[in-house]
Ligand binder design. Sequence first.
Ligand code: SF4
Length: 283
Amino acid sequence: MSKEIKEIAAGLKAFLQNAQEEDLILKAALAQDKAAFTSDVKNSGITENHSPLKMQNRDIHPLPKENSPLDGKTSDSKTKEIAYIAQMINGCQKCELGKTRIKAVPGEGNVNAKIMFVGEGPGYEEDRQGRPFVGRAGQLLDKIIAAMGFTREEVFIANIVKCHPMVDPSNPDKRSNDRAPYPDEIAVCRRYLEQQIKTISPDYVVALGGVAAKTLISQNQTFGAVRGKIFDLNLTCVELDKPVKILATFHPAALLRNPGWKKEAWENLKVLLADMGKMPKAK
Ligand code: SF4
């Protein structure tokens, strides 16, 4: 067995080893969360007939052209570009989420990353820290990244929307107040993520969950239909400088609610690892 495969196997073991324990801890929480989770998905408005992509061409606010380091081939380093986008996000008030957030969460990681992970939006902890995936779902994402043979420092992590979508925005200190972003929020915010993808220019994007998959892969197909398959990434607001591939799998928060889905998630990610040449392709 090669060193790389051994490392991936060790990471996979770490990723899966707590599944049984989490099963027990989360069993009770699952029953409680299930109704809220179902309600969040229902409230998100992400349906076949009401897709964020149907709203993508209106209310998209371009990044300013004047004095922008993002213009043309003579732009500064990727680091400067990503910092500039973060600065724009931190000052953004282009949708209602900007009015109730504590901190915007632009995203973080390696500007030369070969792989980007994209979730749907910041939650309670992320809103307070201004960093993506720092709660329990973030800890699980770290295990997933390690299982794939990477470190968090080697990848870039971001979300579709950059501010915390809340069921009750008048009460940001309330726990379990998260919801999926609405289509108009996605439509107005997606340009930031798209510019981050263009700047970083990864080889692969992993869409975590149905909102990211609907936004970045297809509004016309169900999450189940696209999950675990590789697509060419086509962006709406910016033109990529090179082809980028995208694969969708479960959001880590969904895996916490449904630990039994972890094996399926790993099967999805094996497809990507095989495409990267880090694992043999399935026959
Ligand atoms: S969610 Fe996006 S568009 Fe809305 S205020 Fe935050 S950064 Fe701006």
